[in-house]
Design a protein around this ligand. Structure first.
Ligand code: SF4
Length: 389
């Protein structure tokens, strides 16, 4: 079993009571089966209290109760009572590990850091250059075991991910949207081979969009045929109008006020600033504004590219379950574009103070809203399948 972690895995330290957006708020924290069994065996009042602290979730399994969006175990100072009382052995696995996220699949164990934690997002932004995996120092406490993962395919995926990162970091000066399209073209060509059971070596599939369009034109959806045309060079692979639709469809004011009050303010401003833009103009307008930001903040383009690459690494494992390579690459692009919407909204006013700390906060909000929310991700993919691919 090869055991690897993302390069800054061991550098993270939770800042607990100093954290301004504590992870014990606003989240449905899943309680793993092992912990539920433990709670069921604890006798007396203590056991009653533990069993009372969890409830069945509509999607199956159990979650921690969170009255008024605060974890039932959180005290007045925002600290976890279980940790303060030395009862760490009763913490659900997700609380023990977060923001570390560990997966075991097809002969690999990997550990990454979830950027939904603002402190982790700040640490991520401090990394320079390519962010990759290093050997783990000790056996990993695994959160998600994918026992059904195919070993051969897992090793193809691992090799493919390295190839994709090599391309992203090859330094040939392409902008982020061009890189996304290259990666998309590579994955889409692999996907077409995979469905015919002809995918042997990821190196056989290049990153050349023209080859994909010329050789597989009839197999591409019309929207991809359009997006790969030269008139769309310099614009993202997923239309901003598609991303915008999710702002309106998925995030009701009530939901945001209750669970993501800071994001509510951002969304309110987004609708105010950009609500009247025509769909056909959105890609160009947002891309031009983003270019202006890259000029104003010379560190931003590298960090945004790193974010996209990191999301790919985070989601890529999922393909070992369903062989659907398009999902990780689409989700990474979607997360990146959603982050750009938040970024453009925050910096809309020229006098807005923007720096790496603010960007870390935007990343953590973005990841809490999308990347961390499994059911939301499922809805994005369902809609993408219906409308884009
Ligand atoms: S969000 Fe991050 S820093 Fe804040 S309490 Fe949770 S793990 Fe610690």
């Amino acid at each position: 079993m090869k055991s690897e972690v993302i390069s800054f895995f061991y550098d993270f330290n939770c800042i607990a009571d100093k954290c301004r957006d504590n992870c014990c708020r606003s989240w449905n924290l899943i309680v793993d089966e092992e912990t539920v069994k433990k709670y069921k065996k604890i006798p007396g009042k203590r056991g009653f209290f533990y069993r009372l602290s969890i409830r069945k979730s509509p999607g199956g399994g159990y979650v921690l109760r969170a009255p008024f969006s605060r974890c039932v175990h959180q005290d007045k100072c925002g600290l976890c009572r279980l940790q303060c009382n030395g009862e760490e052995e009763c913490l659900p696995k997700v609380c023990r590990l977060f923001p570390r996220y560990t997966v075991s699949y097809g002969g690999y164990e990997i550990g990454i850091i979830d950027l939904a934690c603002e402190e982790a997002a700040g640490l991520f932004l401090k990394q320079t250059g390519r962010i990759g995996f290093i050997d783990s120092r000790a056996p990993l406490d695994i959160y998600w075991r994918i026992d059904e993962a195919d070993r051969d395919f897992a090793s193809v995926l691992r090799k493919d991910l390295d190839l994709i990162l090599d391309h992203i970091y090859s330094g040939d000066g392409k902008n982020i949207w061009e890189l996304q399209k290259d990666v998309f073209a590579h994955i889409y060509a692999e996907h077409l081979l995979l469905v015919r059971n002809e995918l042997k070596n990821p190196e056989d599939t290049g990153f050349d969009r023209e080859t994909l369009v010329n050789e597989h034109y009839g197999e591409l959806t019309w929207i991809l045929q359009e997006r790969f045309k030269s008139i769309y060079n310099g614009l993202p692979v997923i239309p901003f109008s598609f991303v915008n639709e999710f702002v309106y469809r998925e995030f009701s004011d009530l939901y945001l006020i209750l669970y993501h009050p800071k994001a509510f303010k951002l969304f309110w401003k987004y609708k105010r600033y950009f609500g009247k833009i025509r769909e056909s103009e959105a890609d160009k307008i947002f891309t031009d504004r983003l270019k202006d930001l890259f000029v104003r903040y010379d560190w931003l383009e590298e960090k945004l590219t790193n974010y996209y690459a990191y999301k790919l690494q985070t989601f890529y494992v999922g393909a070992s379950v369903d062989y659907y390579l398009i999902e990780p690459v689409s989700l990474a692009a979607f997360c990146c574009e959603f982050l750009v919407l938040l970024l453009l909204t925050y910096t809309y006013r020229k006098d807005a103070e923007f720096d790496m700390d603010v960007f870390a906060w935007l990343i953590s909000e973005n990841d809490r809203l999308i990347s961390h929310n499994v059911s939301f991700r499922e809805r994005i993919m369902k809609r993408m399948r219906e409308k884009l691919f």
